[in-house]
Design a protein around this ligand. Structure first.
Ligand SMILES: *[C@@H]1O[C@H](CO)[C@@H](O)[C@H](O)[C@H]1NC(C)=O
Ligand SMILES: *[C@@H]1O[C@H](CO)[C@@H](O)[C@H](O)[C@H]1NC(C)=O
Ligand SMILES: [Cu+2]
Length: 681
């Protein structure tokens, strides 16, 4: 949730100065590489600057305070034209920027043609909800508290050192208000020398609300004084830890003497039998597009995924008290998954054999900001792809296996206290595994309770340390998966596993199970809650293509461990986050249905969500369809989540299901053994 930490401004590239200082001779020998331009490439630094110039030319007299850029991104090219372009690169694809600005408190939804350098449209949004809150606004709002006289008085009353107080801003959602404005709440924390772990040291009991349009504190109340939990045992920096240390760990390295087995050309990646494109967006973060796998037998590349990304992340906390009830965050729509993407740390976040891709996001004055190493790509040795020990044949013992090397695409989105590690893992067998790992710090409330025996009333969380309640909450990620299984027109099937009784005495058995296939005809048929689902395979098939022996070509979703919301359907956050009501949804492809909680999510009212779109109950048979998958956890904090929470991973697999004639594991030879320098073979 919310962020107030300033994106490092040190990230601006020094590449340009370097380039011009090169001697001429070098320049003439190696002309600067012309980067391959793909129509799905994210907007470049120059293009973001161009957007700014065009918008400021139309609204010249406007100061930064009354004109802010809340979103600058690539307007999705028409899918049809991209599919044609793949076969004929001479087809001109328009290059259009989608821009959301707030100008004098009016929300403008703009389309700008970057080739013609002009506006295509400029509409005022009059519906519910506001755009993503900018990082700069959050910082300005958070800073207001520190100079607010009543706040200073509150700190004095508590005996807290004002210079050691830091504040963060939080989106406030919607709770049935008839009229609402762009309001955030501010929470503050102690940041003393003794611990950098501010999240374990909240200053509980204050209500501070800021109107972002006027940038003023509009509500302040000091409700109760609760002691700030002590810094003891909360510090996380290794350099500040005191002995004893343990357990001891040995070094381990990835070493590829043959070099990387993948190529990155601009934003296009090819590796083993896979090809795909990696886009980036300030709202979605990483976008995987045009993923196709080469079929050795059919001698061609076959499409699996047209586009996949995290459409939203809903994190509702379960403390209904005055200072917590509003904490029901939408990390993509309110804060921007791309805006919150952090530069990956080589050898820490990604192994030494990784390659990195930079990204540009926009600041709220419309300027490009470089996020170095926003995405990494690396090969990972995973031991066994397939193996067998054959001991049944007399006088023969065969041990046969193939080593699995996977390709991982990783990005990390840190929204204040929580870090979300998103991995897309490609396997030569055709599977795509998507793994979300949560780590970082809990969102806690201070209490005077020091021991569980003292708890006399509902605390809405677990006591994770003395004076510290780790609030119950959920994380619901929703993935947008526009699968195109060997072609655009697909259907969604539920293959039910059904118990059959044997009553006629034809077998010694009393039962067996078999399959019954149900084709989801409309959107309602495809809404699935995986918690408690009776066994079924969830398969996206291409009903127009069959294998040589007659099976429908498909890919199935092996869902994540089930997570289901427990809030009632009429609770305001749940209306806004209604996409989490089901784990699986299927919709007909619609270019404007991208954001599962709506386009304008801050203070949204749930009238533009996956749940409202699918009320039309559209036909989904043999059509271009999109699969949406909700992955999540209901989080009951424990003492091991304090003072930091190690990675907790959840994920799903898209697995070929009668897509290939036979498994390609046999033809995928294991890579050669690696000889280490100085080691006997
Ligand atoms: C107050 O906090 C600041 C910043 O952490 C620190 O430099 C200063 O020494 C603190 N003052 C007292 C009296 O603790
Ligand atoms: C596409 O989505 C938009 C937004 O939900 C909707 O207004 C429009 O009717 C949809 N088009 C179709 C053909 O369903
Ligand atoms: Cu959690």
């Amino acid at each position: 949730m919310a962020s107030s930490t300033m994106k490092a401004t040190l990230l601006f590239s020094a590449a340009l100065t370097l380039f011009f200082s090169l001697p001429i001779a070098v320049l003439s020998q190696t002309p600067p590489p012309v980067s391959f331009h793909h129509p799905l490439d994210p907007l470049t630094e120059q293009e973001i600057n161009l957007v700014r110039t065009i918008v400021l030319a139309k609204y010249p007299a406007t100061s930064r305070n009354t004109l802010r850029f809340h979103y600058i991104g690539l307007d999705d090219p028409e899918k049809e034209s991209i599919l044609k372009w793949e076969h004929d690169k001479t087809i001109a694809i328009p290059r259009i920027a989608s821009v959301i600005t707030i100008i004098n408190t009016k929300i403008h939804d703009m389309l700008i043609d970057l080739k013609l350098k002009r506006f295509l449209s400029d509409k005022i949004h009059t519906g519910n909800g506001f755009p993503t809150i900018s990082v700069e606004e959050q910082n300005e709002a958070s800073a207001l508290a520190l100079s607010y006289p009543q706040f200073i008085a509150s700190m004095n009353k508590r005996g807290l050192n004002l210079s050691a107080v830091v504040c963060a801003s939080y989106s406030t959602g919607w709770f049935g208000e008839v009229k609402d404005t762009r309001v955030v709440r501010i929470d503050c924390f102690m940041n003393e020398e003794s611990s950098a772990n501010i999240w374990m040291r909240p200053i509980t009991g204050l209500i501070i609300a800021v109107d972002l349009d006027t940038m003023k504190i509009i509500q302040y109340s000091d409700r109760e004084v609760v002691p700030v939990p002590t810094a003891e045992n909360t510090e996380f920096r290794a350099s500040h830890q005191k002995p004893p240390f343990g357990p001891k760990q040995h070094g381990l390295a990835s070493h590829q003497p043959q070099g990387a087995g993948f190529q990155i050309n601009g934003h296009s990646v090819s590796w083993a039998n896979w090809k795909f494109h990696l886009g980036f967006d300030v709202r979605a973060g990483l976008i995987v597009s045009l993923a196709s796998i080469y079929d050795l037998e059919k001698h061609k590349s076959r499409r699996v995924l047209y586009k996949g990304y995290t459409s939203e992340l809903f994190v509702p906390y379960q403390d209904p008290g005055e200072d917590f009830y509003f904490k029901t965050f939408f990390d993509a729509g309110e804060f921007g998954f791309g805006l919150m993407t952090v530069p990956l740390v080589p050898n820490r976040d990604c192994p030494s054999n990784a390659q990195f891709i930079d990204a540009y996001i926009n600041t709220d004055d419309g300027k490009p900001l470089l996020v170095k190493r926003a995405v990494c790509v690396f090969e990972q040795y995973d031991n066994i792809m397939w193996r067998h020990s054959e001991s049944t044949v007399p006088n023969e013992f065969i041990e046969e296996s193939r080593t699995e090397v996977n390709l991982v695409v990783r990005t990390i989105v840190t929204v204040s206290n929580y870090d979300n590690i998103v991995d897309w893992v490609f396997k030569t067998t055709g599977s795509i595994k998507t793994v979300i790992s949560l780590t970082a710090m809990l969102e806690v409330r201070a209490t005077d309770i020091k021991h569980k025996d003292e708890i006399k009333s509902e605390q809405y969380g677990s006591l994770v340390s003395a004076n510290t309640i780790g609030t119950y909450h959920d994380h619901f990620f929703i993935f947008y998966l526009d699968l195109d299984i060997d072609g655009v027109d697909n259907s969604f099937e539920k293959v039910h596993l059904k118990t059959k009784r044997i009553t006629d005495g034809s077998s010694k058995r009393k039962s067996y199970w078999t399959t019954e296939t149900e084709i989801a005809k409309t959107e309602s048929d495809a809404k699935i809650i995986t918690l408690g689902l009776s066994p079924a395979e969830l398969v996206v098939v291409n009903p127009n293509k069959k294998t040589a022996i007659g099976n429908e070509i498909g890919y199935r979703l092996i869902p994540s461990i089930p997570a289901h919301p427990l809030n009632t359907l009429d609770d305001y956050p749940q209306i806004r986050g209604a996409f989490s009501n089901f784990n699986v949804w299927v919709t007909p492809y619609n270019r404007s249905e991208k954001w599962a909680a709506g386009l304008y999510v801050d203070h949204s009212r749930g009238d533009d969500t996956l749940a409202t779109w699918t009320q039309k109950n559209r036909d989904i048979v043999n059509k271009d369809i999109v699969l949406w998958h909700v992955v999540g956890i209901n989080h009951v904090p424990t003492q091991e989540d304090f003072p930091v929470m190690p990675m907790l991973s959840i994920g799903f697999e898209l697995r070929p299901t009668n897509f290939f004639e036979r498994n390609n594991a046999l033809k995928t030879l294991s890579p050669p053994d690696v000889k280490w320098p100085g080691c006997p073979a």
